[in-house]
Design a protein around this ligand. Sequence first.
Ligand code: PLP
Length: 414
Amino acid sequence: MAAVPRVTDAYDVMRIREDFPILARRVNGRPLVYLDSAASAQQPATVIDAVAGYSREHHANVHRGIHTLSQEATALYEAARERVRRFVNARSASEIVFVRGTTEAINLVAQAHGRAQLEQGDEILISWLEHHSNIVPWQLLCEQTGAILRVVPIDRRGVVDNDAYAGMLGPRTRIVALAQVSNALGTVLPLRELLELARRRGITTVVDGAQAVPHQRVDVQQLGCDFYAFSGHKMYGPTGIGVLYGRESILESMPPWQGGGEMILSVSFSGTTYNHLPHRFEAGTPNIAGAVGLGAAIDYIEAVGIDRIGRHEQELLASATAQLASIPGLTLIGTAPQKSSLVSFAVDGIHPHDLGTVLDSEGIAVRTGHHCAMPVMEFFGVPATTRASFGLYNSRAEIDELYGAVLRAIRMLR
Ligand code: PLP
């Protein structure tokens, strides 16, 4: 397996960039400026090599295999689980369920926990800034159980209204599900305080951490949440692998979600007994290579240092915010005082898709659209935004490139 990179004390972004082979690419004849990490972050060579190394040398199906390769694959898969446990400071590896991604994790909670617990008239509380994957699973659950989905408002900065939230926690609230960071606006929610209010009332708390884990230290015990969901591909790992953290006592109380191999201890036609945690929630052959890659991604983040990554990205955010805000006719969408590493914006008279196309012609990759957060777009009265999102490998020079290219695009499109 590839060695973990050694990074020196100074945040040497040019040195870090060398760890990411794709960043050497040219796009449309220009050096790639990748500003779409919130959709999917690029992978360092150590992650690519870990996945390839697993496939070349260790691949076999996991658990119960008696032969050497199966035991090696199992050891690698379970070692990745332990790395995830440490990364989010869960008490036990039994609390770490491997899933496809954040979307699957939240659906798992809605169906395995929510469906068994909720009754007609019970309430689920989310906020206005959620990604569709923290809205639609709850809407499905409401259709199935007769529960009611309630939505905490945000203000014009994209900040969740804490007082409204406190007032909406009622005797029928059973689940609170909140993003830690908004993918469309960048808002960082004061989750500890918000979750504490729910916890005191015995309400189940679910966190969508997809946009938080690559940028800030996450400690599920400190947060005090019951569930925490995130995706490997947004934290420099492969696609198709993600994590549901679940508090052990609550996972123990849940019926299985999907049935099949891996999740059972014994099966007969007179009855089936289910496997221990976390395997009870991992029916079928898992994404073993993906888990190995995710483990390598965590090693990479830890080698660079999550706090240093966060500080570097805050500098990029400050620079991008100041430069873009100075452009006449450009409106920043999402101006919360606590923001993570992205800027979303609209330009008078120019459709984001046109802007994105012109930027792409200069090798600059940004995302344009509703960012799977259509209620946010509706709230701000725009069909779509242009979003530039930063990762640990982005440089100040790239932010300057973005600024210059946006100015040129506006001149061209007006
Ligand atoms: N939640 C947030 C805040 C996101 O940004 C995303 C992806 O953009 C998701 C959930 C869904 O993640 P995935 O598609 O990996 O399941």
